[in-house]
Design a protein around this ligand. Structure first.
Ligand code: PNS
Length: 183
């Protein structure tokens, strides 16, 4: 968990943003999650992250215990479709400990979104545990646009299953897949 600060390079008159001593514009960050499915809130965070970090890896958790609506392959396909316009964004999957995956990808930053105070406790616990496991990796929190502060994949799945409108909640390609999935 960290505060983003800025530093400067006097000779070149450039200013850089740092978090925990890591220069963000040349850092690789991991944005991990279940993404079942990717929502406009995730996409908003990806867009913000892609502007700040040199490289952003969106990493889908391969979790045999969970029973997702979309398979791992489908979740990756949807993410690839909606992140195509960001050249420094890559989609991948991982299993096991997130910090082990981050080390393997040579990433020093974990990116997580905080929508509301209710997210904070869970995110704090996870960030602190990840820091305990690997102190060299920093968790950076970003806020999605206010319009997405109440949006979650769980609610999106429920709305789709009950036939409600998904307008503005997920990208069009994801909405199509959701509709096809729940018929
Ligand atoms: O989108 P989600 O489901 O809230 O994402 C949770 C995720 C994937 C970030 C978290 O479950 C995770 O990192 N799992 C990997 C296992 C791990 O590293 N556990 C210890 C972290 S405290």
């Amino acid at each position: 968990m960290t505060l983003v600060t800025s530093g400067s390079c006097p000779e070149k008159r450039l200013r850089y943003a740092y978090a925990g001593g890591i220069r963000l514009d040349s850092a690789t960050a991991i944005y991990p999650g279940s993404f079942d499915p990717v929502t406009n809130g995730h996409l908003d965070l990806i867009e913000r992250g892609a502007k700040i970090f040199g490289r952003l890896i969106v990493a889908v958790l391969r979790n045999a215990e969970k029973d997702p609506l979309f398979s791992l392959v489908e979740r990756i396909e949807m993410l690839e479709e909606v992140t195509r316009q960001f050249p420094n964004v890559e989609v991948d999957s991982f299993h096991g400990l997130l910090v082990d995956y981050a080390r393997a990808r040579q990433a020093r930053v974990l990116l997580r979104g905080i929508r509301a105070v209710s997210d904070y406790e869970y995110e704090l616990q996870m960030a602190m545990m990840n820091r305990k496991l690997e102190p060299r990796i920093e968790t950076v929190f970003m806020l999605p646009a206010e319009a997405y502060s109440y949006l979650s994949s769980r609610l999106v799945r429920e709305i789709a299953q009950l036939g409600g409108s998904l307008n503005g909640l997920v990208p069009a390609s994801v909405e199509q897949r959701l509709r096809a999935k729940v018929v």
